[in-house]
Design a protein around this ligand. Structure first.
Ligand SMILES: [Zn+2]
Length: 422
Protein backbone atom coordinates (compact mmCIF):
# COMPACT_ATOMS: atom_id res chain seq x y z
CA UNK A 1 0.00 0.00 0.00
CA UNK A 2 1.29 3.44 -0.93
CA UNK A 3 -0.17 6.55 0.61
CA UNK A 4 0.17 10.08 -0.77
CA UNK A 5 -0.56 12.93 1.65
CA UNK A 6 -0.91 16.58 0.64
CA UNK A 7 0.70 18.78 3.31
CA UNK A 8 0.22 22.10 1.53
CA UNK A 9 0.07 23.92 -1.81
CA UNK A 10 -3.57 22.82 -2.15
CA UNK A 11 -5.59 25.36 -4.14
CA UNK A 12 -2.95 27.92 -3.24
CA UNK A 13 0.61 28.86 -4.18
CA UNK A 14 2.90 28.40 -1.20
CA UNK A 15 3.97 25.86 1.48
CA UNK A 16 4.41 22.92 -0.92
CA UNK A 17 4.81 19.57 0.82
CA UNK A 18 3.95 15.97 -0.10
CA UNK A 19 4.50 12.83 1.95
CA UNK A 20 4.72 9.39 0.36
CA UNK A 21 4.32 6.53 2.82
CA UNK A 22 5.08 2.88 2.09
CA UNK A 23 4.96 -0.16 4.40
CA UNK A 24 7.16 1.32 7.13
CA UNK A 25 9.16 4.07 5.43
CA UNK A 26 8.26 7.51 4.11
CA UNK A 27 9.70 10.22 1.86
CA UNK A 28 8.98 13.94 1.91
CA UNK A 29 8.97 15.97 -1.32
CA UNK A 30 9.40 19.74 -0.74
CA UNK A 31 8.57 21.56 2.49
CA UNK A 32 8.02 25.24 1.78
CA UNK A 33 6.53 28.32 3.38
CA UNK A 34 3.82 30.76 2.40
CA UNK A 35 4.57 34.46 2.82
CA UNK A 36 1.88 35.86 5.03
CA UNK A 37 1.91 37.09 8.61
CA UNK A 38 2.65 34.81 10.44
CA UNK A 39 4.51 32.70 7.84
CA UNK A 40 2.30 29.82 6.59
CA UNK A 41 3.65 26.28 7.05
CA UNK A 42 2.70 22.88 5.64
CA UNK A 43 1.03 20.22 7.83
CA UNK A 44 3.60 19.03 10.45
CA UNK A 45 5.06 15.54 9.97
CA UNK A 46 6.84 12.96 12.08
CA UNK A 47 10.44 12.23 11.04
CA UNK A 48 10.42 8.75 12.68
CA UNK A 49 10.23 6.67 9.47
CA UNK A 50 11.45 9.40 7.15
CA UNK A 51 14.09 8.19 4.68
CA UNK A 52 14.81 11.62 3.21
CA UNK A 53 13.57 15.00 1.95
CA UNK A 54 13.70 15.61 -1.80
CA UNK A 55 13.66 19.19 -2.99
CA UNK A 56 12.35 20.11 -6.46
CA UNK A 57 13.94 23.57 -6.48
CA UNK A 58 15.22 26.44 -4.36
CA UNK A 59 12.19 28.79 -4.29
CA UNK A 60 11.12 29.30 -0.69
CA UNK A 61 7.53 28.19 -1.29
CA UNK A 62 9.12 24.75 -1.83
CA UNK A 63 12.18 24.89 0.44
CA UNK A 64 11.52 27.45 3.22
CA UNK A 65 10.61 24.95 5.97
CA UNK A 66 13.13 22.19 5.05
CA UNK A 67 15.60 23.13 7.86
CA UNK A 68 12.82 22.40 10.36
CA UNK A 69 12.67 18.76 9.20
CA UNK A 70 16.47 18.44 9.03
CA UNK A 71 16.81 19.83 12.56
CA UNK A 72 14.18 17.38 13.88
CA UNK A 73 16.40 14.47 12.87
CA UNK A 74 20.15 14.51 12.18
CA UNK A 75 19.89 11.28 10.19
CA UNK A 76 17.44 12.60 7.60
CA UNK A 77 19.21 13.43 4.34
CA UNK A 78 18.31 16.11 1.84
CA UNK A 79 18.38 15.13 -1.85
CA UNK A 80 18.53 17.82 -4.54
CA UNK A 81 20.81 19.08 -7.30
CA UNK A 82 23.95 20.90 -6.07
CA UNK A 83 22.66 24.13 -7.64
CA UNK A 84 19.41 23.81 -5.67
CA UNK A 85 21.35 23.18 -2.44
CA UNK A 86 23.43 26.36 -2.81
CA UNK A 87 20.56 28.56 -3.98
CA UNK A 88 18.29 27.27 -1.20
CA UNK A 89 20.85 28.18 1.48
CA UNK A 90 21.20 31.68 -0.02
CA UNK A 91 17.43 32.26 -0.11
CA UNK A 92 16.98 30.92 3.44
CA UNK A 93 19.62 33.34 4.77
CA UNK A 94 17.88 36.17 2.93
CA UNK A 95 14.50 35.15 4.37
CA UNK A 96 15.95 35.38 7.88
CA UNK A 97 17.19 38.87 7.09
CA UNK A 98 13.91 40.25 5.77
CA UNK A 99 11.08 38.44 7.53
CA UNK A 100 9.65 39.85 10.74
CA UNK A 101 7.51 36.79 11.38
CA UNK A 102 8.87 33.93 13.58
CA UNK A 103 10.23 30.87 11.71
CA UNK A 104 10.04 27.27 12.99
CA UNK A 105 13.82 26.77 13.22
CA UNK A 106 16.95 28.68 14.19
CA UNK A 107 19.19 30.59 11.80
CA UNK A 108 22.08 28.18 12.43
CA UNK A 109 19.91 25.26 11.17
CA UNK A 110 20.32 26.59 7.61
CA UNK A 111 23.79 25.01 7.75
CA UNK A 112 22.05 21.61 7.69
CA UNK A 113 21.11 22.21 4.04
CA UNK A 114 24.83 21.63 3.34
CA UNK A 115 25.63 19.19 6.17
CA UNK A 116 22.77 16.77 5.49
CA UNK A 117 22.66 17.09 1.68
CA UNK A 118 23.46 14.28 -0.72
CA UNK A 119 23.74 16.20 -3.99
CA UNK A 120 22.03 14.39 -6.84
CA UNK A 121 22.44 14.93 -10.59
CA UNK A 122 19.62 14.83 -13.16
CA UNK A 123 18.81 11.34 -14.47
CA UNK A 124 20.73 9.40 -11.76
CA UNK A 125 18.58 6.79 -10.04
CA UNK A 126 19.21 6.34 -6.30
CA UNK A 127 17.78 3.89 -3.77
CA UNK A 128 16.27 5.61 -0.70
CA UNK A 129 15.80 3.37 2.32
CA UNK A 130 14.68 -0.16 1.49
CA UNK A 131 11.44 0.69 -0.30
CA UNK A 132 12.05 3.73 -2.53
CA UNK A 133 13.98 4.69 -5.64
CA UNK A 134 14.33 8.24 -6.87
CA UNK A 135 15.27 10.02 -10.11
CA UNK A 136 15.43 13.78 -10.78
CA UNK A 137 14.55 15.17 -14.25
CA UNK A 138 15.26 18.68 -15.51
CA UNK A 139 12.21 20.92 -14.94
CA UNK A 140 13.44 23.98 -16.93
CA UNK A 141 12.07 26.39 -14.27
CA UNK A 142 15.13 27.91 -12.54
CA UNK A 143 18.79 26.77 -12.31
CA UNK A 144 18.88 23.33 -10.63
CA UNK A 145 15.11 22.79 -10.74
CA UNK A 146 13.91 19.21 -11.01
CA UNK A 147 10.86 17.01 -11.33
CA UNK A 148 10.98 14.17 -8.79
CA UNK A 149 10.15 10.63 -9.85
CA UNK A 150 9.65 8.17 -6.96
CA UNK A 151 9.26 4.39 -7.35
CA UNK A 152 7.77 2.26 -4.60
CA UNK A 153 6.05 -1.12 -4.65
CA UNK A 154 5.98 -1.24 -8.44
CA UNK A 155 4.22 2.16 -8.55
CA UNK A 156 5.84 5.29 -9.94
CA UNK A 157 4.86 8.81 -8.85
CA UNK A 158 5.96 12.02 -10.57
CA UNK A 159 6.07 15.38 -8.76
CA UNK A 160 6.44 18.05 -11.43
CA UNK A 161 7.46 20.82 -9.01
CA UNK A 162 7.36 24.07 -11.00
CA UNK A 163 8.22 23.52 -14.64
CA UNK A 164 8.51 25.35 -17.94
CA UNK A 165 7.76 23.30 -21.04
CA UNK A 166 9.22 25.93 -23.35
CA UNK A 167 12.89 26.84 -23.70
CA UNK A 168 14.08 30.26 -22.54
CA UNK A 169 17.45 31.98 -22.93
CA UNK A 170 18.52 30.30 -19.68
CA UNK A 171 16.94 26.84 -19.89
CA UNK A 172 16.36 24.20 -22.51
CA UNK A 173 12.87 23.53 -21.08
CA UNK A 174 11.47 20.58 -19.16
CA UNK A 175 12.39 16.98 -20.06
CA UNK A 176 9.36 16.07 -22.17
CA UNK A 177 10.05 12.37 -22.79
CA UNK A 178 9.44 10.80 -19.43
CA UNK A 179 9.18 7.15 -18.42
CA UNK A 180 5.87 5.53 -17.48
CA UNK A 181 4.19 6.89 -14.34
CA UNK A 182 1.08 5.78 -12.44
CA UNK A 183 0.50 9.04 -10.57
CA UNK A 184 1.41 12.65 -11.41
CA UNK A 185 1.25 15.53 -8.91
CA UNK A 186 1.34 18.66 -11.06
CA UNK A 187 1.57 22.40 -10.59
CA UNK A 188 -1.13 24.57 -12.20
CA UNK A 189 0.15 28.14 -11.68
CA UNK A 190 -0.78 29.39 -15.17
CA UNK A 191 -3.44 26.85 -16.11
CA UNK A 192 -5.70 29.69 -17.23
CA UNK A 193 -3.36 31.76 -19.37
CA UNK A 194 -1.62 31.58 -22.72
CA UNK A 195 1.76 33.30 -22.90
CA UNK A 196 2.76 35.20 -26.05
CA UNK A 197 5.80 33.81 -27.92
CA UNK A 198 8.99 34.38 -25.88
CA UNK A 199 10.80 36.14 -28.70
CA UNK A 200 8.01 38.69 -29.04
CA UNK A 201 8.34 39.55 -25.33
CA UNK A 202 12.14 39.71 -25.56
CA UNK A 203 11.95 42.16 -28.49
CA UNK A 204 9.45 44.36 -26.69
CA UNK A 205 11.68 44.39 -23.59
CA UNK A 206 14.72 45.37 -25.65
CA UNK A 207 12.73 48.12 -27.43
CA UNK A 208 11.64 49.57 -24.05
CA UNK A 209 15.28 49.67 -22.94
CA UNK A 210 16.53 51.32 -26.13
CA UNK A 211 13.76 53.99 -25.94
CA UNK A 212 14.84 54.77 -22.38
CA UNK A 213 18.56 54.90 -23.26
CA UNK A 214 17.80 57.22 -26.23
CA UNK A 215 16.31 59.78 -23.87
CA UNK A 216 19.15 59.44 -21.36
CA UNK A 217 17.15 57.74 -18.59
CA UNK A 218 17.55 54.72 -16.34
CA UNK A 219 15.72 51.48 -17.14
CA UNK A 220 15.03 49.72 -13.83
CA UNK A 221 14.10 46.03 -14.20
CA UNK A 222 12.89 44.68 -10.84
CA UNK A 223 13.38 40.91 -11.23
CA UNK A 224 13.45 37.79 -9.08
CA UNK A 225 17.00 37.10 -7.91
CA UNK A 226 17.01 33.46 -8.99
CA UNK A 227 16.44 32.70 -12.65
CA UNK A 228 14.71 35.80 -13.97
CA UNK A 229 17.65 38.16 -13.35
CA UNK A 230 20.04 35.74 -15.11
CA UNK A 231 17.65 35.22 -18.02
CA UNK A 232 17.38 38.98 -18.54
CA UNK A 233 21.18 39.24 -18.49
CA UNK A 234 21.32 36.60 -21.25
CA UNK A 235 18.64 38.40 -23.30
CA UNK A 236 20.52 41.72 -23.01
CA UNK A 237 23.74 39.95 -24.02
CA UNK A 238 22.04 38.29 -26.99
CA UNK A 239 20.53 41.56 -28.30
CA UNK A 240 23.77 43.54 -27.88
CA UNK A 241 22.43 45.76 -25.08
CA UNK A 242 25.39 44.89 -22.80
CA UNK A 243 27.71 46.06 -25.59
CA UNK A 244 25.91 49.32 -26.35
CA UNK A 245 24.87 50.51 -22.88
CA UNK A 246 26.01 50.09 -19.28
CA UNK A 247 24.09 47.25 -17.61
CA UNK A 248 24.22 46.83 -13.82
CA UNK A 249 23.16 44.07 -11.44
CA UNK A 250 22.21 44.90 -7.86
CA UNK A 251 21.07 43.08 -4.69
CA UNK A 252 20.80 39.33 -4.18
CA UNK A 253 21.06 38.64 -7.94
CA UNK A 254 24.84 39.28 -7.60
CA UNK A 255 25.23 36.27 -5.26
CA UNK A 256 22.94 34.13 -7.41
CA UNK A 257 25.15 34.88 -10.43
CA UNK A 258 28.15 33.48 -8.57
CA UNK A 259 26.31 30.29 -7.65
CA UNK A 260 25.04 29.80 -11.20
CA UNK A 261 28.61 30.25 -12.51
CA UNK A 262 29.72 27.47 -10.15
CA UNK A 263 27.09 25.08 -11.58
CA UNK A 264 27.20 25.65 -15.34
CA UNK A 265 25.58 22.25 -16.02
CA UNK A 266 22.30 23.55 -14.67
CA UNK A 267 21.69 26.19 -17.34
CA UNK A 268 21.44 25.76 -21.10
CA UNK A 269 23.79 28.60 -22.04
CA UNK A 270 26.83 28.65 -19.68
CA UNK A 271 29.10 30.42 -22.20
CA UNK A 272 26.58 33.12 -22.99
CA UNK A 273 25.84 33.60 -19.31
CA UNK A 274 29.53 33.92 -18.51
CA UNK A 275 29.84 36.56 -21.24
CA UNK A 276 26.81 38.39 -19.84
CA UNK A 277 28.40 38.37 -16.36
CA UNK A 278 31.63 39.77 -17.82
CA UNK A 279 29.74 42.53 -19.64
CA UNK A 280 27.61 43.64 -16.70
CA UNK A 281 28.77 45.67 -13.72
CA UNK A 282 27.88 45.18 -10.10
CA UNK A 283 26.37 47.78 -7.81
CA UNK A 284 28.10 47.22 -4.46
CA UNK A 285 26.67 49.90 -2.19
CA UNK A 286 24.52 53.02 -1.98
CA UNK A 287 27.35 55.20 -3.33
CA UNK A 288 27.48 53.05 -6.47
CA UNK A 289 23.70 53.16 -6.66
CA UNK A 290 23.58 56.97 -6.65
CA UNK A 291 26.33 57.21 -9.23
CA UNK A 292 24.45 54.88 -11.60
CA UNK A 293 21.14 56.69 -11.09
CA UNK A 294 22.73 59.94 -12.27
CA UNK A 295 24.75 58.44 -15.11
CA UNK A 296 21.96 56.35 -16.66
CA UNK A 297 21.90 52.75 -17.86
CA UNK A 298 20.02 49.52 -17.26
CA UNK A 299 19.70 48.10 -13.72
CA UNK A 300 18.53 44.55 -13.02
CA UNK A 301 17.62 44.20 -9.36
CA UNK A 302 15.48 42.12 -6.98
CA UNK A 303 12.85 42.22 -5.56
CA UNK A 304 10.70 41.50 -8.60
CA UNK A 305 7.53 43.11 -7.23
CA UNK A 306 9.27 46.13 -5.63
CA UNK A 307 8.45 44.71 -2.19
CA UNK A 308 11.93 45.28 -0.80
CA UNK A 309 15.60 44.81 -1.57
CA UNK A 310 17.63 47.06 -3.83
CA UNK A 311 14.85 47.51 -6.41
CA UNK A 312 12.71 49.33 -3.84
CA UNK A 313 15.56 51.72 -2.98
CA UNK A 314 16.24 52.34 -6.66
CA UNK A 315 12.56 52.86 -7.42
CA UNK A 316 12.32 55.57 -4.74
CA UNK A 317 15.02 57.47 -6.60
CA UNK A 318 13.73 56.91 -10.13
CA UNK A 319 9.90 57.07 -10.08
CA UNK A 320 9.60 60.83 -10.39
CA UNK A 321 11.53 61.36 -13.63
CA UNK A 322 9.72 60.80 -16.96
CA UNK A 323 12.99 59.93 -18.72
CA UNK A 324 13.23 56.71 -16.64
CA UNK A 325 11.34 53.45 -17.22
CA UNK A 326 10.27 50.84 -14.69
CA UNK A 327 10.05 47.49 -16.51
CA UNK A 328 8.15 44.74 -14.68
CA UNK A 329 8.89 41.23 -15.95
CA UNK A 330 6.90 38.86 -13.75
CA UNK A 331 3.35 38.35 -12.55
CA UNK A 332 2.65 40.95 -9.84
CA UNK A 333 0.75 39.42 -6.92
CA UNK A 334 -2.24 41.60 -5.92
CA UNK A 335 -1.35 43.71 -2.89
CA UNK A 336 2.32 44.16 -3.84
CA UNK A 337 3.75 47.57 -4.82
CA UNK A 338 4.35 46.18 -8.33
CA UNK A 339 0.67 45.30 -8.78
CA UNK A 340 -0.34 48.74 -7.49
CA UNK A 341 2.05 50.37 -9.95
CA UNK A 342 0.61 48.45 -12.92
CA UNK A 343 -3.01 49.17 -12.12
CA UNK A 344 -2.86 52.74 -10.77
CA UNK A 345 0.54 54.15 -11.79
CA UNK A 346 1.18 55.02 -8.19
CA UNK A 347 2.87 53.16 -5.35
CA UNK A 348 2.29 53.35 -1.60
CA UNK A 349 5.61 52.95 0.25
CA UNK A 350 5.89 53.55 3.99
CA UNK A 351 2.38 55.06 3.90
CA UNK A 352 3.51 57.65 1.35
CA UNK A 353 1.73 57.65 -2.02
CA UNK A 354 4.21 58.12 -4.86
CA UNK A 355 2.68 59.28 -8.15
CA UNK A 356 4.89 57.74 -10.78
CA UNK A 357 6.08 59.99 -13.59
CA UNK A 358 8.54 57.45 -14.99
CA UNK A 359 7.28 55.28 -17.84
CA UNK A 360 5.94 51.87 -16.77
CA UNK A 361 6.18 48.78 -19.01
CA UNK A 362 5.18 45.16 -18.45
CA UNK A 363 6.95 42.37 -20.35
CA UNK A 364 6.06 39.11 -18.64
CA UNK A 365 8.82 36.48 -18.94
CA UNK A 366 7.22 33.53 -17.18
CA UNK A 367 9.28 30.64 -15.80
CA UNK A 368 6.13 28.47 -15.59
CA UNK A 369 4.28 26.68 -18.38
CA UNK A 370 1.09 28.27 -19.64
CA UNK A 371 -2.03 26.14 -20.22
CA UNK A 372 -0.63 24.73 -23.49
CA UNK A 373 2.75 23.90 -21.94
CA UNK A 374 1.14 22.20 -18.93
CA UNK A 375 -1.01 19.98 -21.15
CA UNK A 376 1.85 19.30 -23.53
CA UNK A 377 3.96 17.73 -20.78
CA UNK A 378 1.13 16.02 -18.88
CA UNK A 379 -0.44 14.43 -21.98
CA UNK A 380 2.93 12.93 -22.91
CA UNK A 381 3.51 11.06 -19.64
CA UNK A 382 3.14 7.37 -20.58
CA UNK A 383 1.23 4.87 -18.42
CA UNK A 384 -2.20 6.57 -18.29
CA UNK A 385 -1.46 8.17 -14.90
CA UNK A 386 -3.99 9.69 -12.54
CA UNK A 387 -3.39 13.37 -11.79
CA UNK A 388 -3.43 15.43 -8.60
CA UNK A 389 -3.50 19.17 -9.31
CA UNK A 390 -1.82 21.54 -6.83
CA UNK A 391 0.19 24.81 -6.72
CA UNK A 392 -2.37 27.19 -8.21
CA UNK A 393 -5.24 29.45 -7.22
CA UNK A 394 -8.48 27.42 -6.82
CA UNK A 395 -9.70 28.44 -10.30
CA UNK A 396 -6.40 27.34 -11.89
CA UNK A 397 -6.42 23.94 -10.12
CA UNK A 398 -10.03 23.38 -11.22
CA UNK A 399 -9.32 24.48 -14.81
CA UNK A 400 -6.39 22.08 -15.20
CA UNK A 401 -8.26 19.20 -13.53
CA UNK A 402 -11.18 19.82 -15.90
CA UNK A 403 -8.90 19.86 -18.96
CA UNK A 404 -7.33 16.57 -17.83
CA UNK A 405 -10.76 15.01 -17.18
CA UNK A 406 -11.96 16.19 -20.61
CA UNK A 407 -9.05 14.37 -22.19
CA UNK A 408 -10.06 11.11 -20.52
CA UNK A 409 -7.92 11.07 -17.35
CA UNK A 410 -8.72 10.84 -13.67
CA UNK A 411 -7.85 14.17 -12.05
CA UNK A 412 -8.30 15.37 -8.47
CA UNK A 413 -7.89 18.71 -6.69
CA UNK A 414 -6.82 17.72 -3.15
CA UNK A 415 -7.32 19.74 0.01
CA UNK A 416 -4.62 20.37 2.58
CA UNK A 417 -4.21 17.27 4.78
CA UNK A 418 -5.93 14.88 2.31
CA UNK A 419 -4.44 11.38 1.96
CA UNK A 420 -4.96 9.04 -0.97
CA UNK A 421 -4.07 5.41 -1.53
CA UNK A 422 -2.27 5.40 -4.87
ZN1 LIG B 1 9.34 28.01 -8.34
Amino acid sequence: MVQLTFLGSCQEIGRSGFLVTGHDESILVDYGVKFQNPVGLPVPISTDDLQGVILTHAHLDHSGAVPQVLSDSDVVSLFCTPATRDLTALLLHDMFKVTTSPLPYAHHDIRRVFDQCQPTAYEDTLPLGREFEMTLFNAGHIPGSAMVSLSIDGRRILFTGDFNALPSRLHAGVRLNLPRHDVVVTESTYARRVNPPREEIERALVASIIDTMDRGGVALIPAFAVGRSQEIMCILEQYGITRDYPVYVDGLARDVNEIVMQHPNYIACPREFERAVRHTRLIHDSRDRHRVIHKGGVIISPAGMLKGGASKMLFENLYDDPSNTIILVSFQIPGTPGAELLSTRQVTLNRRVLRVRAEVRYHHLSSHSDTNGLMELLMRVPGDPEFYVVHGEPESCDALAQALTDSGHQAYVPEMGDSFEV
